[in-house]
Ligand binder design. Structure first.
Ligand code: RM4
Ligand code: MN
Ligand code: MN
Length: 391
């Protein structure tokens, strides 16, 4: 059982990467509602992330995307320098394997040899760019798949997949790693080349220690028990990263903890349990959301707060009592002990933690609302810039 000080320490040492692509206007395939003041360029995005970090204190890192986080003349180092001047670091670096006419039949799994080679060149180039950005982790998501049975050979695609990933893996420095994201459908619907955690882990196992699985909470079919996936991956030393969001139907990219707060809590329960078992729980946490109707900065702040709430509740579970109840096969009591933690109000604890961390307010969202930042960016940026892709 953790003491209050230990619990507070855990909460203070958590780090959540902010997705550069979530600040700025984004929408659905039906349209985009413009948000006054939304980030127009990479500098605005960094400013917004720094403001989010100011009120939260656990988000000093910005996850980055090769397509969008670059200067107009194609440079990455100035982005890193500007971020550092704002007290931010660049975190996981995401290549592009989806936006471009050449990716019609996939990227590294494409049946067209020149497309595969071009993608591999891009991935290797991303390692160079990540170095320039000071990033140590490459976040790999592939939009590869097929729409119709018979469209392509699945076995050949699997072999191409490994070859492409291996080229990226071999380009990594010793202190770099890659995290491999799976997704059961979309943008292709008959097959995706990395449909589930098993396929992703299989590739990571073949690649080596520097490759681990990324779990995006929106990338599972209905009813899948994500917390058990988390346990399996942790126990095998293969859980590398999370993309947090929440889903109701598909890859909805809604605010974490709004649709299924119990799921978020149970995932953290497994992570805390694994840590107490002595397993490596050094996981890169990121948000991967799309704020289409809510102001993105507020949506991001609220998401991080929801994650902290879930984590705090997972930390306060009375694990001694739970162990006894489990030993006695007391099914009801075991569940009740877990649910008692879930039903506990942890806001006073989180408030204390925030003040001890030097934040000016116990409530990050209200602090942001009172700060005048939103008013200032609306005046400065007017209708804001466009970011056409959601996570
Ligand atoms: C995917 C996935 C990736 C993100 C792309 C744009 O659904 O979640 O993480 O980079 O969308
Ligand atoms: Mn994702
Ligand atoms: Mn997604």
């Amino acid at each position: 059982m953790c003491t209050t000080d230990e619990i507070k320490q855990q909460l203070k040492s958590m780090v959540i990467e902010l997705p550069s692509w979530a600040v700025g206007n984004s929408g659905t395939r039906y349209g985009t509602f413009k948000d006054a003041g939304a980030a127009r360029n990479i500098w605005d995005k960094i400013d917004d992330c720094a403001e989010i970090q100011r009120v939260l204190g656990i988000c000093p890192v910005m996850a980055s995307h090769v397509l969008w986080d670059v200067t107009d003349d194609g440079q990455y180092a100035p982005v890193r320098e500007y971020a550092e001047a704002k007290g931010m670091k660049i975190g996981t670096f995401h290549p592009n394997t989806f936006a471009g006419q050449e990716y019609r039949y996939g990227s590294i799994c494409s049946p067209i040899e020149s497309v595969r080679q071009k993608t591999i060149d891009h991935l290797v180039e991303c390692v160079w760019k990540a170095r320039e950005m000071g990033s140590k982790v490459i976040g790999m998501w592939l939009a590869d798949g097929t729409n119709y049975p018979g469209q392509d050979s699945l076995i050949k695609r699997k072999h191409r997949l490994y070859e492409g990933l291996k080229a990226l893996y071999d380009a990594l420095d010793d202190d770099m790693s890659m995290v491999l994201e799976y997704k059961p459908f979309e943008p292709f619907f008959y097959t995706t080349d990395l449909p589930d955690w098993g396929a992703s882990k299989l590739m990571c196992d073949k690649l080596g220690d520097k490759a681990k699985v990324l779990v995006d909470l929106g990338h599972h079919l209905a009813g899948v028990n994500i917390e058990q996936i988390v346990t399996n991956l942790l126990d095998e030393g293969k859980l590398g990263a999370f993309h947090f969001n929440n889903r109701r139907y598909a890859d909805d990219d809604l605010i974490t903890g709004t649709v299924k707060p119990l799921e978020t809590f149970l995932i953290f329960k497994e992570i805390v349990d694994a840590g107490l078992e002595g397993l490596d729980t050094n996981i890169t946490y990121m948000l991967d959301q799309s704020h289409n109707i809510e102001p993105s900065i507020e949506g991001i702040i609220y998401s991080v707060m929801n994650i902290q709430t879930a984590y705090a509740k997972a930390l306060i579970i009375d694990r001694e009592a739970l162990a006894k109840a489990q030993e006695a096969n007391d099914v009801i009591l075991s569940n009740k002990i877990v649910m008692d933690a879930f039903n506990t109000d942890v806001e006073p604890l989180l408030g204390e933690v925030r003040l001890e961390m030097g934040l000016v307010d116990t409530d990050p969202l209200m602090n942001y609302r009172d700060s005048g930042y939103a008013k200032r960016i609306i005046e400065e940026r007017k209708e804001g810039g466009m970011n056409t892709l959601g996570g």
